[in-house]
Design a binder for this molecule. Sequence first.
Ligand code: GRF
Length: 195
Amino acid sequence: MKKLVVLASGGGSNLQSIIDAVNRGEINARISAVIADRAGAFALERAKSAGIAAVLVNRRDKNEFPDKNAFNRKMAAEINEHAPDLIVLAGYLSILPPEIVSNYKNRIINIHPSLIPKFCGMGFYGSKVHEAVLAAGETESGATVHYVDEGVDTGGIILQRSVPVKNGDTVETLAARVLEIEHEIIVEAVKKLCL
Ligand code: GRF
């Protein structure tokens, strides 16, 4: 059975999709820990409710992490402690420590709320993605699961699924439509990689 570590920064609805799929036996894996980089990330509450180790590595705690290297060292130590087969970035908004990217090559995946290579890279996250899609007048958008490499949203694509952009869409309505697809393809991708 594969061992997963899931990294999150926010609400954790993608994490919840994975938890639910594991619990119904759809994914042949167990989640060893959920690690969040922000205090108050509801993803940590979801982990606790599911009986999964919930770890906070608070990037804003300047006492514990006076600089980025200190944060990266702690984040790497927490991940390595679980020795995961697969690391899943599920709404995770910090850049991974370079040593993690190199030590877990082709074993880190990310969910991005656009059809990569469109609307991705530095500055394209969360609602900023959907704002750009609407501003560009796109007729479709979607979500992508890809491997994480040294770049930002540049690793090999594993799975993509599109949704229509509808007349009158707002950032909120488009985000909600894309999020539904994110929940589908993140589960399908993890399932596939844990066969
Ligand atoms: C999603 O759009 C995800 O792609 C982005 O953050 C949003 C919320 O994700 N990174 P989650 O509910 O925290 O999984």
